[in-house]
Write a protein that binds this ligand. Structure first.
Ligand code: PHE
Length: 462
């Protein structure tokens, strides 16, 4: 009884719509936009990929994004709390599952950011020399000779610690003074820096061939279910849905807030950045292929770690003015990743605060500190690379798809909260959602997601 009458501090709130939108875009725009989308699009039909991509955005991405917003805003809580209010104990369990996924991701996401910071510094003197791949695996990660020695690698460890300190200080400062402020500064900076990068890339010799390779549609790809899976997976990862992030962020909005219009802004903003990244990356790859006198297909790595830490350094080394081009690229990677990291960590902080009544500082420094230690022990050492890949695959591919399906089944089918949630969104927003939204979320999405889940598990086990 007494605890109920004690003054419960009011839930923190974004200052306004813009703060929320920037933070949500900050979460959505991350490593996935820069290093994942371009290669995925290229390998899945090029220009033709834009069709399944748009379909996935409209039929599942935006509808589930709005579901997350609606749950967080209507039930005003972190993922476990909001889902418990929406769907009881099982709902709370799903929320904690999302928190757990965020913990896994945080532990390795920081590591990639640490690499980006080191490479940002290396750009200035092109430290990787003329064998960037050997440099990355051997000199930098020291993973080449003895994979299982427990040896700390300073070039990884120092930026890793720095990243954790920055992230935890921002989180400790609060939703407005920390997370919102960081995004208000970093997102415009990121967009401007990235635009400069893309424009520069467009003027490189060979850029046009790169763009041709990227956009030339292979319509036969549309008949391949794998291409559709790739599109839905990309949209899911890219919009940060079903991680508990959007539930958490929406819970910090004022009670009377337009929900759906910002959702559209975030979704289209994220996709625009993604397309921009595709243009920038492929213009750059086109230049490199041209230099080498080969085709794009002959280049070694077109996505992920390989693209960023092996292919790009090689390109930068060949480019006039490569140093600042490299610095812009790795700077963008670090900024885009940092704002996503903040959102992942806020899911955890918010959840333990709601559950155990901790102060923000206790949650951020205590729990974040513990994660930092795990991350340093696992990945500040030479043995991290395989672990990183395994966690990434399971958490991102299997974990979130399962969590999205579970949320939909419990909230829309078991609790039948669809009408209430669409009413809630529509009452506040200019863009109304109704029966079409409920059908997409409750019927189409689980079918597509179920198919993806099975396909992924089969692929990972086989
Ligand atoms: N949406 C981010 C991206 O595109 C990735 C991300 C996933 C961020 C999950 C946070 C949580 O890179």
């Amino acid at each position: 009884r007494t605890s109920a009458t004690q003054a419960v501090p009011a839930r923190e709130q974004w200052t306004g719509q813009v703060g929320f939108i920037l933070a949500a875009i900050g979460s959505a725009v991350g490593l996935g936009n820069i290093w994942r989308f371009p290669g995925v699009a290229y390998e899945n039909g090029g220009g033709a990929f834009l069709i399944p991509y748009l379909v996935a955005l409209l039929t599942a991405g935006i509808p589930i994004l709005l579901l997350d917003y609606a749950i967080g805003h209507r039930f005003r809580g972190s993922a476990p709390l909001a889902l418990r209010r929406a769907a009881g104990r099982v709902g709370e369990g799903i929320g904690w599952f999302q928190v757990m996924i965020c913990m896994f991701i945080a532990v390795y996401y920081t590591v990639v950011l640490a690499w980006a910071i080191s490479y940002f510094v290396y750009s200035f003197d092109l430290r990787w020399g003329d064998d960037p791949t050997g440099f990355f695996v051997g000199d930098f990660l020291r993973a080449a000779d003895e994979p299982f020695t427990l040896e700390f690698v300073p070039a990884v460890l120092i930026p890793l610690l720095l990243m954790w300190v920055v992230a935890l200080v921002v989180l400790g400062a609060g939703v407005v003074r920390g997370v919102q402020r960081a995004n208000v500064v970093f997102i415009p900076l990121l967009v401007i820096g990235f635009l400069v990068l893309v424009v520069r890339a467009l003027f490189l010799p060979g850029a046009v061939e790169g763009l041709n390779a990227f956009f030339t549609p292979d319509f036969s790809a549309l008949a391949d279910p794998g291409v559709w899976i790739a599109a839905y997976s990309q949209i899911f990862f890219s919009l940060s849905i079903a991680f508990g992030i959007m539930i958490t962020y929406a819970s910090y909005r004022r009670r009377r807030s337009n929900l759906s219009t910002p959702g559209l802004v975030v979704a289209f903003g994220n996709s625009s950045f993604e397309l921009l990244a595709g243009i920038g990356v492929f213009a750059t790859l086109g230049f490199f292929a041209f230099q080498q006198g080969v085709g794009i297909d002959d280049l070694e790595s077109l996505t992920g770690v390989g693209l960023s830490f092996m292919t790009f350094p090689a390109i930068v080394a060949e480019m006039p003015g490569g140093a600042w081009f490299g610095a812009l690229f790795f700077g963008a990677l670090a900024l885009a990743g940092l704002t996503s990291l903040l959102s992942i960590l806020e899911v955890i902080v918010s959840a333990v605060r709601d559950k155990f009544g901790l102060t923000r500082a206790q949650a951020a420094y205590g729990l974040g500190g513990a994660l930092a230690v795990v991350s340093v022990l696992l990945f500040g050492t030479t043995s991290g690379l395989t672990a990183l890949d395994t966690i990434d695959n399971w958490a991102n591919n299997v974990g979130i798809v399962a969590s999205a399906i579970a949320t939909i089944v419990v909230v829309m089918w078991v609790r039948r909260a669809g009408a209430e949630l669409s009413g809630h969104v529509s009452a506040l927003s200019t863009f109304k959602v109704g029966r079409t939204w409920r059908l997409l979320v409750a019927l189409l999405a689980p079918v597509v997601l179920g198919y993806i889940l099975i396909a992924k598990i089969v692929e990972l086990i086989a």
